[in-house]
Design a binder for this molecule. Sequence first.
Ligand SMILES: [Fe+2]
Ligand SMILES: [Fe+2]
Length: 280
Amino acid sequence: MTYREQIAQHIDRFPKMPPLCRSLLGYLEDPDVDFKTIRDLVQYDPGLTANVLKLANSVYFGPAQEISSLQAALVRLGTRRIFELVLSLTVSGRLVTELPGYGLAGRDLLRHSIWTAVAAQELARILQMKNVDTVFTVGLLHDLGLLLLDPFIAEERERFTHIFEDRRLPFDQAEKEVLGMDHAEAGAKILELWQLGPEIVAGVRWHHEPDGAAEFQDLIYLIHLADMLSLSEGIGTGIYGLQFNVSAEPVRALGLKKEHLEYTASKTLDKMRELENILT
Ligand SMILES: [Fe+2]
Ligand SMILES: [Fe+2]
């Protein structure tokens, strides 16, 4: 069996979307949604309720006034945000795991994912972009595929080491060459199975090939930049340094300046630390 076929089997066996997220997904497109119904779904889980309130009041989501009731938090955040928030709270636990293949310690992937999500959101804010609602979620999920590919990377350590030391190939290309699939495609396939919608799937799928996407270009550019910025700050680089091609197109197309990137990098660390405490 080829690696690609083995990875496909792992994708099928990957845990399904958490049931609460699945229930919430059904309400996303409903403009007349009753928040009491959503509250009843969420409050069933006291830990989650506490975290929804914490997150709703955090610097990141930060409304001006402190929110103390769950329903008020839900109304303030809206269904899309609630869904993203519940998804973030449930998926983030899975990101806390050691990945020996990539050489990432227990919390490295979570930190890298949060850093990327926060930075992408910050860049969207600086650029006053309105059409990128899912940017935080995509940032958080963008490297989900690492969880799947890690055992195969570990198995093929010698070939990967040779590729990086002698040929200096970008990491996603090395994954494609050795395993027949890179982590971006693997992650996107999981999210497709979770029926998360084409925008989130595309954001994850193209985060290392931002010029290859046919749709959702702005979102993909933001994630690519935030991800590269995160690696350049040394957040989640692992043993191979996770060397990727950096596309020049996103910076040009979005009209970003060097100061924007520096400002974002300087803002992101504190927010990452705050969210890290809430999300796990
Ligand atoms: Fe990646
Ligand atoms: Fe990444």
